[in-house]
Write a protein that binds this ligand. Sequence first.
Ligand code: PHE
Length: 330
Amino acid sequence: MSYQMKIEAVRNSFRAALDSLTADSQAIEEVRVSYLGRKGKIAKLFALIGSIDSSERPKFGQLINALKNDCQSSFDEKVALLTAETKDSNEDSLDFTLPGAVYRRGSLHPLQQTMDEIKDIFTSIGFSVAYGREIDDDYHNFQALNMPKHHPARDMQDTFFVDDNTVLRTHTSNVQIHLMEEQDPPLRYIVPGRVYRNEAISFKSYCLFHQVEGLYIDKHVSFSELKGTLEYFIKRMFDENVKIRFRPSYFPFTEPSAEVDIWNEERNQWMEILGCGMVDPAVFENVGYDPEKWQGFAFGMGVERIAMLKYKINDIRHFYQGDVRFLEQF
Ligand code: PHE
């Protein structure tokens, strides 16, 4: 083999070694030592000089020097490239100084939490939970509850009409009628749900809100059981020492009727949280129950009112704006 061919053979195998090189510092060092090192393949080419015709020696020397320089610079270039790549990819995937990704955790809406608490308390004393329709006919929302057309009590609840005979329910009391139509007594239900009223929107009223209805029907039910049940509920919902008052009131579907207020320390005033009473015999007649045989009590509480008192919220509209800064607090 001529010395030119030997030089080219080293060049080619060096190129191949360089091409397959990765960012592995040990492999890089091995290539450097075996080609460019003091006892490497290029150094060994210099040892051939003695076997070459003296006229050829200067040419031979130049070729090896050129090879050595070429190999050195392409080796340096390649190593620079490989270490730069390593640095980049490390920066992308493993920068431990970056702040961690913050994932926002969802939470139950304060109204849902309040309703869940109300449900827990009543189910723990034997009530079942029922749901009913939000769009109902005039009969179930009004007439069967002893509020015939043109009854003045209808003015207590500004109504959204879907058509002449269909309304967005103004209270959850419509479900009282459905439950009694569908089942024979005794009954023990609470009914959470949305209700709608066409009222001017302000800090204290909204066109939509939530109620939890209660209906308890059995033999020999008295007003004192209504009082005892509601007192028990309110003390568990707020606290043992909360001040409660039953205030005589009027609802067409209960007789006698009352509203329950609790004392609000912050505002220094009584706040109404629910309406209640003994189911009116006229309602029993409408659903085919014998009023001589059955008695019962009913109540309806405002969930927003209760949540506002419990969590000291001063504007009902907060519940409906979906502002995360508000919702995150619960
Ligand atoms: N439905 C009444 C209201 O919305 C509350 C109520 C329910 C009163 C049951 C008595 C009995 O104001």
